[in-house]
Design a protein. Structure first.
Length: 436
């Protein structure tokens, strides 16, 4: 069995629904279909989930809300009309509309995006509908109760051979709706895949897989055909957005693979994500992010002071700031953090370090971090040499260097203004020598 999940752009209009149906009909193993709420049909369009959040704010502040409601409702009625479906969606819409006047629960309202999409898809495919409230079970702490969820899914599989289910939400023990974080339909698909023991989790989206570099920076980057879960995590942490990160462990734990596919190009094989991959290029991908800040801390004889770094880190912890990197010299240590995480406490941290540790601190802003990721870099001679020659060739100065202990990630700090140039220089250099 294959569990399929279709993201918002795959659900955006009747044309996309038709593509989904062709994909499902193409392989009888595709028996479980998880859907997102309709996403953008074109640039500038608004996703249903965003409209629902706006609607909820209007209700909260008693601002007229009929226009927004109409925009939402029309997305569904247009799809139903264009596909020649029954008018049962109108009844569902009317039931929700009538509840808007009462104190509607926020999670319930937001979850209706996926609920209505799954209703339409179930009718269109002729597969039974099952509500995610029945299968995805949360504890009151907002975490999925794995055992109850697995049991509910196994029970559903005994009753139904195939079904359509809304993504993004489930229920607390008392039946109230609980949402995953944004993009959470990916997680629903992962729990179903695991609970059903499916052979693969197909995640259908609008790109043909994980790209080897950011397409806004590099023209037409390669699609990565095979990537490990660990590499994907490194790529995603540093900015490559493909899957919701919480969707990995439910399937990786069971050694099930995820296949990222493109609803608009169903013939393309996409990216296969596995615990272990054989072969493949030296470099899997290049990724990164801008806007980090470096707190450069200097003190004479710092290298001999036991506990110095701990005391520095405690100050960052006090302000709940996540530390990204910690390059050290003999009498200096730098703490690199995301700029957005210290906006509110930058000066408190500087004065805290100066006071408590009697050290000098200078702050460098506008730093970007670029990561070169590849399982096959481990033990390979000459990777750093090629990397730094490529940067030197592009006249780029390196501000920081770090390599993960397993040699699968080399991270370099640069000026924000050099980020794009550096990414392109590395990408074309690695591509030209056949390493990417
Ligand atoms: N519709 C939700 C969102 O926009 C969940 C999802 O699509 O995965 O975040």
């Amino acid at each position: 069995m294959i569990v399929t999940k279709f993201g918002g752009t795959s659900m955006a209009d009747a044309g996309q629904f038709r593509k989904v149906r062709n994909i499902i009909l193409d392989d009888p193993e595709r028996r479980v279909v998880v859907v997102s709420a309709p996403g953008r049909r074109y640039k500038g369009d608004t996703k249903v989930t965003d409209l629902l959040y706006t609607l909820y704010m209007h209700l909260q502040y008693s601002v007229p809300y009929e226009d927004i409601w109409q925009m939402i409702a029309q997305k569904y009625t247009d799809i139903a009309r264009d596909l020649g479906l029954s008018d049962s969606i109108n009844m569902e819409l009317e039931a929700i509309h009538s509840e808007l006047r009462r104190q509607i629960d926020q999670n319930y309202l937001i979850s209706r995006g996926e609920f209505l999409a799954a209703r339409l898809m179930s009718e269109y495919l002729g597969f039974p509908f099952i509500d995610a409230q029945e299968l995805i079970r949360f504890s009151y702490d907002g975490k999925v109760d794995q055992a109850i969820t697995d049991e509910a899914i196994a029970h559903a599989a005994e009753r139904m051979e195939r079904f359509v289910i809304p993504g993004f939400y489930g229920a607390y023990p008392n039946g109230d709706i609980c949402l995953f974080s944004r993009g959470g339909s990916d997680i629903t698909g992962a729990y179903l895949t695991r609970g059903l023991g499916a052979k693969i989790y197909e995640n259908w989206t609008d790109v043909s897989g994980v790209l080897a570099a950011d397409p806004r920076v590099v023209d037409n980057p390669r699609i990565i055909s095979n990537i490990t879960y660990a590499e994907l995590r490194e790529m995603s942490y540093m900015g490559a957005n493909v899957l919701h990160e919480e969707s990995v462990s439910p399937v990786a734990d069971r050694n099930i693979n995820i296949n990222i596919r493109n609803t608009n190009e169903p013939k393309e094989e996409g990216t296969l994500i596995q615990n272990e991959c054989d072969g493949g290029p030296i470099i899997t991908g290049i990724t990164g992010m801008k806007d980090f800040v470096s707190f450069d801390i200097t003190k004479e004889h710092l290298a001999n002071e036991v506990g110095f770094v701990r005391k520095v880190l405690e100050i960052f912890e006090r302000y709940k700031v996540n530390v990204e990197h910690l390059p050290t010299g003999i009498d200096t240590v730098s703490v690199i953090v995301a700029a957005s995480s210290v906006n509110h406490c930058m000066y408190d941290i500087v004065s805290g370090i100066e006071r408590t540790l009697e050290a000098q601190v200078s702050v460098r802003r506008d730093i970007s971090l670029l990561a070169v990721v590849g399982r096959n870099m481990a033990g390979k001679v000459g990777v750093c040499s090629r990397l730094f020659s490529a940067l030197a060739g592009a006249n780029i100065s390196v501000k920081m260097i770090a390599q993960s202990p397993d040699e699968t990630n080399i991270m370099i700090g640069l000026d924000n203004s050099d980020y794009e140039k550096a990414t392109r220089a590395l990408y074309s250099n690695f591509l030209d020598c056949g390493w990417l």
